[in-house]
Design a protein around this ligand. Sequence first.
Ligand SMILES: [Zn+2]
Length: 261
Amino acid sequence: MHSTYSPDGRMTMEEACHQAIKVGLTEIAITDHMDIDLPDNEEAFQIKDLNGYFKDLAQVKNKFQDILKVKAGIEFGLQDWTLEQATAITKDYPLDFVIASIHLVNGEDPYYGHYFNSRDKIKSYTDYYDTIYQLLNDFDDFNVLGHLDYLRRYSPYEYKPSDHKIGEEIIESILKLLVEKGKGIELNTAGLKHFSKQPHPHPDIIKWFRELGGEIVAIGSDSHKTEFVGYEIDRALEWLKYAGFEYVASFTEMKPTFVKI
Ligand SMILES: [Zn+2]
């Protein structure tokens, strides 16, 4: 989840912790945005004060330690020329959990409609997946790939229930690469806010990941405000079971442990 260290975050770390306790969670990870060197506004989605961020994380970890485990996380938005900087952050700061996300394709953000002007529905997905594959090939300092089919959130094309099958070969390569590297995927429940009513990625992709030997899935609400803390966690656990998982992953110092579901 995101705190006010993300420009679109609407809750402080403390507010996030109080809300997590209120809705019955026992563990959370704060994962603020770290998109280094964005093309139009290079600092827009960055934690501007990393030292302050980790200091505040240490404080809430300590304050809530008896009732809530708080993990120090980050969500990198990767581009091919920012991988070394991302690696340096994982070396310099005490991170428990790192999400590797891809928000841009060749500097273009699908959030803005023009990404889709030059791409039909299939190409809009396959270009995005190709970018994920290339970046993850060159990057190891993460735990899970964030919101694998995130593009769906912004696609202007009509949604079909079979859309998760677009780009299957590339998705398979991504999933195999993650298995080879001992990495996982994020089951992001924010996808449910979309009219497809599916998480990111689609449950059949999570099942496929399991069938290919994937073992690590972390559940994320992607919440930016308190009302979405713990959003649809129960359904996420059901999907994990549907996909063949008996455990959900938890991370400390970027090492996974497994919690029975
Ligand atoms: Zn993201």
